[in-house]
Each structure stands twice: as C-alpha cells, then as structure tokens.
Design a protein around this ligand. Structure first.
Ligand SMILES: CC(C)(COP(=O)(O)OP(=O)(O)OC[C@H]1O[C@@H](n2cnc3c(N)ncnc32)[C@H](O)[C@@H]1OP(=O)(O)O)[C@@H](O)C(=O)NCCC(=O)NCCS
Length: 166
C-alpha cells in the first residue's frame, strides 16, 4: 500500500472510485470530480485549492493505492487550521472506497498520512468525526488519538475532536 499524489494517470481509477461512491456526499470533498467538464479542469482547480484560496488553507491530497494499482481510499491533509477546521474539519479528512471498507485501510492510510504531517513539521494533528461515526473514531484511536472537548454545531450535531502527537 502506498500514498500517491493526484495526477492525470489516475483519471480512470478516480472516475471508477467516484462512480462506486454513488450519491453519498464525497469525503473528502477535494476528490469530488462532479461538475467539471474534464479531468484536466478538476486537476487545475485542485492545484489552486491546494495552494490555499478563499476558505481553503494550503493542503495536500493523496490516493491510497493497492498492489494492483487500484485506488482504495483518499486523504486530504490540511497544513494549518482555521476556525472551521479547529472545530469541525481537523487537519486530516479521509474516505475509503465502499467495497474496500472494514479491511483496515483507513487505519493504514491515517498512519501514512501522519508521516506526511511529520514531513510538514506539524507537532500535533487534530482529527475529528461525527459522534455517530464509530468506524472513523476507531481509526483515530487506532492511531493514538487523544480525545479533546467535542464541538456542537449550529444544527445540534456533535463533532468529536482528537489530537495525535507526531
Ligand atoms: C469511516 C471509514 C473511513 C472507515 O474506513 P475503514 O477502512 O472501514 O476503517 P478500518 O477498516 O481501518 O476500521 C477501523 C476500525 O473501525 C471499525 N469499523 C469500520 N467501519 C465501521 C462501522 N461502519 N461500524 C463499526 N465499526 C466500524 C473496524 O471494524 C475497525 O475496528 P478495530 O480497530 O476494532 O478492528 C469509512 O467507513 C468511510 O470512508 N466512510 C465514509 C466517509 C467517512 O465517514 N470518512 C470519515 C470522516 S471523519
């Protein structure tokens, strides 16, 4: 398993993953290719967002690739926190291909993402999940997450917040 950057050569795999995701809200949203006329246009927009624009802080996106060069999961690493990320989004967002869930991939991917955070010289990383997302909470705890105070959003939903020392 390895993390790779988002590039043109992954277009067909990315599209297949996106199709499999279906109508559920794409997580992380940076991998949502809906609404672009071409994959090149998506890549250009991603490049701009990765440098940080409007509400987007500088960030990096990776696919988790298996030995058959298939995309099994995706991760977005935010290099800094703004107030939205401090309360709700955290430094790292991830999602696993529906057919590849509960095989340990999110746990592996978060461990790999934490190595990238070390390269970014982050000392500790905030990772969050919705209160009812038991799988994601376990992924965070599997990687040494220490729970902080939760955040209650305006709609009443509760976001659990965890720190991982790098
Ligand atoms: C949440 C998500 C990332 C988990 O990915 P995954 O690859 O299935 O996670 P893992 O296989 O590493 O599982 C980690 C642990 O959680 C458990 N788990 C995973 N999904 C679970 C679920 N739906 N219900 C209960 N437990 C679950 C696993 O059994 C495993 O338990 P263990 O550590 O005791 O063995 C995946 O379900 C997903 O992409 N969901 C949609 C997007 C999302 O919610 N992203 C996270 C936003 S915070």
């Amino acid at each position: 398993m390895r993390l790779v950057k988002v590039e043109q050569k992954w277009q067909a795999e990315h599209e297949a993953y996106f199709k499999e995701w279906g109508s559920a809200r794409m997580v992380p949203s940076s991998f949502n290719i809906a609404g672009y006329d071409t994959y090149e246009e998506y890549l250009e927009e991603l490049e701009i967002r990765q440098r940080g624009i409007k509400n987007w802080v500088p960030n990096t996106n990776y696919f988790l690739i298996n030995d058959n060069n298939g995309i099994v999961a995706m991760v977005n690493i935010r290099h800094t926190l703004n107030s939205y990320l401090y309360n709700i989004g955290g430094h790292i967002g991830y999602g696993v291909r529906p057919s590849e869930r509960q095989k340990g991939y999110a746990t592996i991917m978060l461990a790999e993402a934490l190595k990238k955070c070390k390269d970014l010289k982050l000392k500790r990383v905030l990772i969050t999940c919705d209160e009812d997302n038991i799988g994601s909470a376990k992924v965070i705890l599997n990687n040494g997450g220490i729970e902080d105070e939760h955040f209650q959003d305006v709609d009443g939903s509760v976001i659990r917040r965890f720190w991982i020392e790098i």
